[in-house]
Ligand binder design. Structure first.
Ligand SMILES: [Zn+2]
Length: 76
């Protein structure tokens, strides 16, 4: 499979992907940034663990979300 290399917007190094996870409570303020609806289980309530991937630069320690990366690359 062809995997496109993504470059750091700060130092142009090749970015690595990094797995991040976070426990978010469905009643908390930040819950609106996460998708609590799952097709099989209905709506999740309480503490839910979200796992996603971000791009990470080992050189300058930058962390770029996939959404940010899309915006950066479409701006080029
Ligand atoms: Zn960098």
């Amino acid at each position: 499979m062809f995997i496109r290399k993504h470059k750091c917007p700060n130092c142009s190094s090749i970015l690595k992907t990094k797995k991040v996870s976070k426990i978010v409570n469905s009643k908390s303020e930040e819950a609106k940034n996460f998708d609590f609806s799952f097709p099989c289980d209905g709506y999740l309530v309480g503490d839910v663990k979200f796992i996603w991937y971000v791009f990470h630069c080992d050189v300058c320690n930058a962390e770029i979300s996939k959404r940010e990366m899309k915006e950066l690359e479409s701006a080029q």
